[in-house]
Design a protein around this ligand. Sequence first.
Ligand code: DQA
Length: 146
Amino acid sequence: KPIHIINGPNLNLLGTREPEVYGADTLDDIKELCVEVAAALDREIVFVQSNIEGELVNFIQAAGRDGAGIVINPAAYTHTSIALHDALKAVDVPSIEIHLSQPAKRESFRRRSYVAEAVHGTISGFGADSYVLGLQALSNLLDTND
Ligand code: DQA
């Protein structure tokens, strides 16, 4: 079963969105990177993005049905969404939260993550490498649980 990589709001604008914070890679660049890393790990991925909270809930539910696990960058919904928290708790597959930036050292409203309490662990602050590290961590976790 594939690993589902789920991306939240405004991540479709990566490349031009505050590049000093989020880097120069576009979401397509990051997707290609993830495809390569997944192939090296002998895994398949499903890579999706939405700006809409309910659609992200649907993506999480779909990953619970058809996926092996979830790597999620919930973007701003990290800091607001009980619906994403509940969805991640509702599915029976492991999930890892990732961020390009390090929210803990930014504005105080980014310090709270509602998602953190529903995931296995969090990787943040490594730019596009956070996706690579998240994929590797989840793949290891799945190997351990096999
Ligand atoms: C982000 C961090 C969030 O605080 C922010 O709202 C984002 C991106 C990151 O990847 O660094 O949109 O999740």
